[in-house]
Unconditional design. Structure first.
Length: 270
């Protein structure tokens, strides 16, 4: 167990940064904690064998554990540990094999709340779509907060309550890229991308209000923030797509994203 982020970083940062694709969630969430500390401190656990770090497990409350770096042969030890130090954790997310092993080992009743596929950008193919895109400013925060709340309620209904406007405002303070697609000055779609970390950027959320869907606006604004990420120096531009939404998965592939791995998120039933 690590009582502070500096101690955890000292033994894991190079390890996590060496595989920024698999560790995308950990790298971005820990960067946020590092630069915008607020709320409950993260739960930080490392696993060692013969003096060598072989894995890690983290949680940034109020979100579930992140199991992408959890060694499969340490799952039982991890469960015993979190039962002692973080019994209020609501669940786990990560590559399906790891998150399923963790959820099963807890012995709790759980539900699969999210099934996603991780994609990485190959060659970007911007679509030909009516309208134009622009990067957002502080003046757009209220709109983006409302759209983030709508996105969360639709895509991740189990997500803990957060002030969506403050989440967007914090993201802008971190230097993340947010873009709006507009038709005659009216916003019709939004996408965000994280500032590159260890050469990795992740796109999301991507949201189009229901009344503006099926016109390609989401694809256009996703391509715009993907190009923004490349311009910021990202080597790996990633995104997660909900596997229950075949339309979004096909859209991302049409603009150049290639599937890598399937992830699953499990929440405990109470």
């Amino acid at each position: 167990m690590h009582s502070d982020l500096a101690s955890f970083d000292a033994v894991t940062h190079d390890r996590l940064a060496a595989d920024p694709v698999r560790n995308t969630i950990a790298l971005t969430s820990l960067d946020r904690v590092r630069r915008l500390p607020a709320g409950h401190p993260p739960t930080l656990i490392t696993f060692h064998r013969n003096g060598e770090v072989i894995g890690s497990l983290i949680r940034t409350p109020p979100w579930p554990f992140q199991a992408a770096d959890l060694p499969l042969d340490a799952v039982d030890l991890a469960v015993r540990t979190i039962n002692e130090v973080d019994p209020d954790a609501p669940g786990v997310t990560g590559p399906r094999e790891r998150s399923m092993a963790f959820a099963t080992a807890t012995g709790k009743n759980f539900t699969e709340s999210l099934t996603t596929r991780l994609y990485r950008l190959g060659t970007l193919i911007p679509p030909e779509v009516e309208g134009s895109g622009r990067l957002t400013t502080e003046a757009d925060v209220e709109l983006l907060g409302a759209w983030r709340q709508a996105f969360t309620r639709e895509a991740v209904p189990e997500a803990p309550e957060e002030d969506p406007t403050e989440v967007v405002r914090g993201s802008l303070r971190l230097g993340n890229g947010h873009a709006l697609w507009e038709i005659d000055g009216t916003p019709v779609a939004w996408a965000a991308a994280s500032l590159p970390h260890a050469g990795m950027t992740r796109v999301g959320p991507v949201y189009t209000p229901p009344e503006h869907r099926k016109h390609g606006y989401g694809a256009a604004v996703s391509a715009m923030v993907s190009q923004w990420a490349l311009d910021q120096g990202a080597a790996d531009v990633l995104l997660f797509a909900d596997l229950t939404n075949p339309i979004s998965n096909s859209i991302y592939q049409r603009i150049g994203y290639q599937p890598l791995d399937d992830w699953a998120e499990f929440w405990w039933k109470h």
